[in-house]
Design a protein around this ligand. Structure first.
Ligand SMILES: [Zn+2]
Ligand SMILES: [Zn+2]
Length: 340
């Protein structure tokens, strides 16, 4: 089965961090971080529906203006998620321009701010009112920022000497029907299978009746089965795709535990590694990680693949050194680090 999400780093490993994740069949995309994004074609940026900002250091946020400019004349809406302060940061950016000729524009932003108090505050900023808040509110935050029918986006508050968000996309598990079993039951496929999958996903009780209905020689046929019987006989569950994106964090016990949980079992773990292990003290002083530490986290999370990025310019021309160190730790060839 082809994966639903296609992730790629927006820039090379020495460029501004950012991850563009397109949804294969839907013509939509998610964007993680807003550093330099001007080398991404506008047509691709216009597919973005949700933007997730880890924090607003300039290499993660300078692209906001570029994105705004591309979207401004579009009759569409962008959802932006970020750490404490993101609402003021976005409004501060917007306040830098004059907005007297945009009434009638259909574009708008909703900014969602993850607080350290377990709440998400949001504010809706439409272009037509010169981005004056049109509505605002708050909701509890229990780790999930976006919940769609086919995937969810999770976030964890991490320590970068300021709160910084790490993210994970998790596709819903796939429920596949065994065609040979269906045939043996003598019941044709049909929309009732979608109802069965919905009931399984919703965690309906085992005895829930599922009615298979079809037409045979012009007459309507139907048979009813308990959900558990169909589930056990017909359905094969395969996990959905998962991707984690973590950048700009110090390697300490708290962060490590949160990241390992956030990135648990992901197919690909995008993790910063600004430094090599030899420069670990500098990494900690700057609240960043080394390649060895990224490898340690990927092992702890039991990620299937690790991709490191956000390399310090001091290693320009030596990207392989960072990649090799991360890969060797991930593979268990050099010892893991220990967060204190
Ligand atoms: Zn950074
Ligand atoms: Zn930073």
């Amino acid at each position: 089965m082809k994966s639903a999400f296609i992730p790629r780093l927006v820039n090379g490993p020495f460029g501004d961090p950012g991850l563009y994740v397109s949804e294969r069949w839907r013509g939509r995309a998610l964007l993680f971080d807003l550093g330099r994004i001007d080398r991404t074609p506008a047509a691709e940026l216009l597919k973005v529906t949700h933007v997730f900002v880890s924090h607003t250091h300039i290499d993660h946020f300078i692209g906001f203006d570029h994105l705004l400019r591309i979207f401004l004349s579009r009759d569409t809406h962008l959802e932006i998620f970020g750490p404490p302060g993101i609402i003021a940061n976005v409004r501060g950016k917007l306040a830098g321009y004059t907005w007297n000729l945009v009434d009638g524009y259909g574009f708008g932003l909703t900014v969602h701010e993850v607080g350290v108090d377990g709440r998400v505050r949001w504010v809706r900023l439409p272009a037509t009112t010169a981005f004056t808040p049109a509505a605002q509110g708050e909701r509890p935050f229990a780790g999930i920022l976006v919940e769609q029918s086919n995937f969810s986006v999770h976030a964890a508050l991490l320590d970068h000497r300021i709160p910084c968000l790490g993210f994970a996309i998790r596709e819903q598990q796939h429920l596949n029907v065994r065609p040979e079993e269906l045939e043996a039951m003598g019941v044709p496929a049909g929309p009732w299978l979608a109802a069965l999958k919905d009931a399984i996903r919703a965690g309906a009780p085992d005895e829930t009746p599922i009615v298979a209905a079809w037409r045979e020689n012009g007459t309507r046929q139907q048979r009813s089965f308990p959900l558990a019987e169909l589930r056990d006989r017909l359905i094969v569950v395969t996990p959905g795709q998962a991707i984690a994106y973590v950048t700009d964090v110090i390697f300490n016990a708290d962060n490590a535990a949160r990241i390992a949980q956030l990135a648990r079992g992901v197919d690909v773990f995008f993790c910063e590694s600004l430094f090599v292990d030899e420069d670990r003290e500098q990494a900690s002083r700057r609240y960043h990680m080394t390649a060895r530490q990224a490898g340690t986290l990927a092992r702890m999370a039991r990620a299937k693949r690790l991709e490191v990025f956000h390399f310090s310019p001091r290693y320009e021309g030596n990207a392989d050194r960072l990649r090799a160190e991360a890969a060797a730790t991930f593979a268990g060839q050099i010892p893991e680090d220990h967060p204190d």
